[in-house]
Design a protein around this ligand. Structure first.
Ligand code: ADP
Length: 159
């Protein structure tokens, strides 16, 4: 069975993330969406809240599971027998950082991990969780960027 993990902060999940999840779910038998629980990143939503929003958002996919992990991704992967990482690439500005992480993950895993990059669908190329949070903070409508229940959660948070 082919399994892959799609790790990220997902603070909060956007249509850009969901596009990557949908496309990966067609490529792999099982996709695990891994919410990084890292307090140093100072997220807007707790790992629990980010997981709940993701679970609601991926409800339609039978082969997608949402988990949260702390510490190193490679350690979680080794313990759970996963050898493929999925990442999304929006623009050349993502590339340097992603290449470095992919190569170091491969190195520390003794060459047992590969990273698969999916290029963003053009309609989501500009979209990031940070942009969504910035708009929501100032009351701008974000319904084109995130599912309705995420928009509601943002609205409550900033009201
Ligand atoms: P991180 O903090 O690890 O960058 P994010 O939640 O910001 O976590 O992103 C998780 C993954 O989703 C990354 O691979 C990122 O490049 C990708 N991603 C984010 N937004 C988009 C988008 N609009 N289109 C495609 N991929 C995206």
């Amino acid at each position: 069975m082919s399994r892959a993990i799609y790790p990220g902060s997902f603070d909060p999940v956007t249509y850009g993330h969901l596009d990557i999840i949908k496309r990966s779910a067609e490529m792999f038998d099982e996709v695990i969406v891994g919410v990084l629980n890292n307090s140093a990143k100072n997220p807007l939503f707790s790992a629990q809240e980010r997981q709940e929003m993701l679970r609601e958002a991926v409800r339609e996919f039978d082969n997608v599971k949402v988990i949260s992990f702390e510490g190193l991704l490679v350690d979680y992967m080794a313990k759970n027998d996963i050898s493929v990482i999925i990442r999304g690439l929006r623009a050349i500005t993502d590339f340097d950082y992603e290449l470095q992480i992919a190569q170091s993950n491969r190195k520390v895993s003794g060459d047992s991990i590969d990273t698969v990059f999916l290029t963003t669908s053009i309609e989501y190329a500009y979209l990031s969780s940070s942009i969504v949070k910035e708009y929501a903070r100032y009351g701008t409508d974000v319904t084109d960027f995130v599912p309705g229940f995420v928009e509601e959660k943002l609205r409550k948070h900033f009201s």
